[in-house]
Design a protein around this ligand. Structure first.
Ligand code: G3P
Ligand code: MG
Length: 253
C-alpha cells in the first residue's frame, strides 16, 4: 500500500535544534537552527517526576546538564534550576532546560515546523505521549506549521493515535524492521524515520517505490546528504543544517 505524503515536509530538519553549534534541545539551539536557515527542528520530549513535559535526550542528567541521576526522579522545579548549556561551552552557561510549553511558544514565534520525538523515561511510554499530545493539541493552532510526532516506542505512537489523531505520526527505527509496513498501518503513521547508517540503498528504493515519506537521521556530512536526497530521501535530520541547506533549492527549503 502507498502512504499519504506529508504536505509541508522540508528536506532539512535541525537535530535537537542545531546540536553541532549549541547545547541540544534548548532555546538557543532552536534559535540557532532558525538563524542558519532551517525551517524544521527535531526535539526529544520526556516527563519530569511530576508530569511536566520538557526537552531532554538522555535518561540521565549528567551529559547535558549540571544535574545528575535519572531525569525521571526530578520535579520540574528541580529541573528548571539546572544549567543545560555550560557543558557545551562557557558562552552557553545558564541556558535552562526547555519545557514543551515554552518550546511551542518559541516555535510559533519563529514560524518553525517541528518533529516532536516522544522519548519517554522507562515505563512512561503512554503517559508521555498523552501529556505531550494533550498540551500541543491545546497550544498548537490548527493552521500552524506542521507538527509531526515520532517515537521509537510503539506504545507512545498508539497513545497519540488514540488521543490526538489529527497530528501526523512517524515511526522511528534504527534498522528497518521486517514489519515496518504493518506497523505503520496499525499505528497510522505517515512517515518513516530510519537511521541512515542502517538503511541500505535497496531498502530506500523499496520505500520510495511504496510512496513512503522517509526522514533519515543523523546526517552531518553534505556529501552523504546529497547522495540520500538524490536517492529519494524526503528529509535528513542534521546537527549542522548549514552544511545541507545549500544543496536544496531555496524554494524547497
Ligand atoms: O528523531 C531522530 C533522532 O533524533 C533519533 O535518535 O537518539 O538522536 O533521539 P536520537
Ligand atoms: Mg531525537
Amino acid at each position: 500500500g502507498s502512504a499519504p505524503a506529508l504536505p509541508g515536509l522540508a528536506p532539512v530538519v535541525g537535530h535537537r535544534g542545531a546540536a553541532l553549534h549549541a547545547p541540544e534541545n534548548t532555546m538557543v539551539s532552536i534559535r540557532k537552527a532558525h538563524a542558519l536557515g532551517a525551517r524544521w527542528v527535531e526535539i526529544d520530549v520526556k516527563l519530569s517526576r511530576d508530569g511536566v513535559p520538557f526537552l531532554l535526550h538522555d535518561e540521565s542528567l549528567e551529559r547535558t546538564t549540571s544535574g545528575s541521576g535519572p531525569a525521571a526522579g526530578k520535579s520540574w522545579q528541580e529541573l528548571a534550576a539546572l544549567d543545560a548549556g555550560g557543558w557545551f561551552g562557557e558562552a552557553f552557561r545558564g541556558e535552562p532546560l526547555l519545557s514543551l510549553e515554552a518550546l511551542a511558544a518559541l516555535l510559533l514565534e519563529l514560524g518553525m515546523a517541528v518533529n516532536v520525538e516522544i522519548k519517554p523515561c522507562p515505563g512512561r511510554e503512554e503517559e508521555t505521549a498523552l501529556v505531550a499530545g494533550e498540551m500541543l493539541a491545546r497550544l498548537w493552532p490548527k493552521d500552524g506549521p506542521v507538527l509531526l510526532f515520532s517515537s521509537f516506542k510503539r506504545a507512545s505512537l498508539a497513545a497519540l493515535q488514540r488521543s490526538v489523531p489529527h497530528f501526523p505520526r512517524g515511526l522511528l527505527v534504527e534498522a528497518l524492521p521486517e514489519d515496518w509496513a504493518q506497523a505503520m498501518q496499525d499505528l497510522g503513521c505517515t512517515t518513516l524515520h530510519p537511521s541512515h547508517r542502517r538503511l541500505s540503498p535497496g531498502e530506500l528504493r523499496l520505500l520510495k517505490e511504496q510512496g513512503v515519506p522517509v526522514l533519515l537521521y543523523t546526517v552531518n556530512e553534505a556529501e552523504r546528504a546529497r547522495e540520500l536526497l538524490e536517492a529519494g530521501a524526503d528529509a535528513v535530520i542534521t546537527d549542522a543544517p548549514e552544511r545541507i541547506l545549500p544543496l536544496v533549492g531555496a524554494g524547497a527549503r
